[in-house]
Design a binder for this molecule. Structure first.
Ligand code: PAF
Length: 283
C-alpha cells in the first residue's frame, strides 16, 4: 500500500492501474477509520482491482460553529486499518493541495435533497460534501465509489449529483455497521464517554420503535415521528434534533405513509451530534 499527498500522484497511479486493465474503486473518507469504513474497503476490494481510500477532513462541509478543529485524526491508525483491508493507495491531501486558491468559488448544490433534515440543521453542509466528492471523482476517475448508508442523505445526494452531472462512476451503497448495542459506527463516537456510548444506542431503539409502529399499521408520519421522539426523550443523556419518516428517494414528507420509506434521526448525546437511519417498505 502506498501513501500519497498530491493530485498528480493519484492520477498517475490510477492511469497506470487502468492501463493495466484494472478497475479503480474509491472510498472517500475523513479519516479516523473504523469498522464501518473497513466494510466499504472490503466491498471495494471485492469489486475492484485497485482500491484507493481518500482521507481529507473537508473544511467546506463544516459550519462556523462545528467541530472542524476538534474532528478526530489518526493517520498512523488509518494507514494500519487500510493496509489490513487490502487497500492499494491512500490519498491524504493537505487543504492547500485540495483548495490551492484558498477561497473556493465553485460549489456543487443538489437542490431540494440538500435543504432538509441534516441540511436544515447544518446549512451549507451538503454543498461542501457534493463539491469535495465531485472534486475527488474528477481527481481519481474511479469506476465505482463506496458510501455508507449510515449517511443516507449524503448517499442520496452523491447518487443524484453523479446522475445529474453524468459522472461516469457507479455509486455503491454499503450497509451501516453497528456496535454490539446497536449504535451506528461513526468517527464522532470517539467523543462519547462509556455512559454516553450506552445512552447513544437510544437512536437505534427509536428507529426500531418507528418501524414497529409502521408494521403495526400506523400510516401517519406525525404519529410515527412522535413515537420515535418519545423513545429519545426517555434517555436523559440524549437531546433530539429531528426524528422523521420520509420517502426514501425524494426525502420528502408524505401525507400518508406508502412505498419505500426511510426513518432518519439526529440527536445530541453529550458532546456528539449523532445521526442514524433505517429503511422499511410498505407493499
Ligand atoms: O462521509 C464522509 O466522511 C464525508 O462526508 C465525505 C464523503 C468523505 C466527504 O468529505
Amino acid at each position: 500500500m502506498e501513501l500519497v499527498h498530491t493530485i498528480e500522484e493519484v492520477r498517475s497511479r490510477h492511469d497506470a492501474a487502468r492501463a493495466a486493465g484494472g478497475r479503480v474503486g474509491l472510498v472517500p473518507t475523513m479519516g479516523y477509520l473504523h469498522d464501518g469504513h473497513r466494510s466499504l474497503m472490503e466491498a471495494a476490494r471485492a469489486d475492484c482491482d485497485f482500491v484507493t481510500v481518500t482521507i481529507f477532513v473537508n473544511p467546506l462541509q463544516f459550519g462556523p460553529n462545528e467541530d472542524l478543529d476538534a474532528y478526530p485524526r489518526d493517520l498512523d491508525g488509518d494507514l494500519a486499518l487500510a493496509e489490513g483491508a487490502g487497500v492499494s493507495l491512500v490519498f491524504a491531501p493537505s487543504v492547500k493541495e485540495m483548495y490551492p486558491d484558498g477561497e473556493v468559488l465553485t460549489s456543487v448544490r443538489v437542490r431540494g435533497l440538500a435543504d432538509q433534515l441534516e441540511g436544515a440543521s447544518r446549512p451549507g453542509h451538503f454543498d461542501g460534501v457534493a463539491t469535495v466528492v465531485s472534486k475527488l471523482f474528477a481527481i481519481a476517475g474511479p469506476c465505482q465509489a463506496y458510501f455508507g448508508e449510515k449517511d443516507f442523505q449524503q448517499l442520496q445526494i452523491v447518487t443524484r449529483m453523479t446522475r445529474d452531472l453524468s459522472i461516469p462512476v457507479d455509486v455503491v451503497p454499503c450497509p451501516t455497521v453497528r456496535e454490539a448495542n446497536g449504535l451506528a459506527r461513526s468517527s464522532r463516537n470517539a467523543y462519547l464517554s462509556d455512559a454516553e456510548r450506552e445512552a447513544a444506542a437510544v437512536l437505534k431503539r427509536a428507529l426500531e420503535a418507528g418501524v414497529a409502529a409502521i408494521e403495526a399499521g400506523e400510516r401517519s408520519p406525525v404519529e410515527v415521528e412522535r413515537r420515535m421522539a418519545e423513545v429519545v426523550a426517555s434517555e436523559p443523556l440524549a437531546t433530539l434534533d429531528y426524528a422523521r419518516v420520509v420517502d426514501a428517494a425524494s426525502l420528502e414528507t408524505l401525507e400518508s405513509l406508502r412505498g419505500t420509506l426511510r426513518l432518519l434521526i439526529a440527536a445530541r448525546v453529550g458532546p456528539a451530534r449523532l445521526i442514524d437511519n433505517v429503511g422499511t417498505v410498505l407493499p
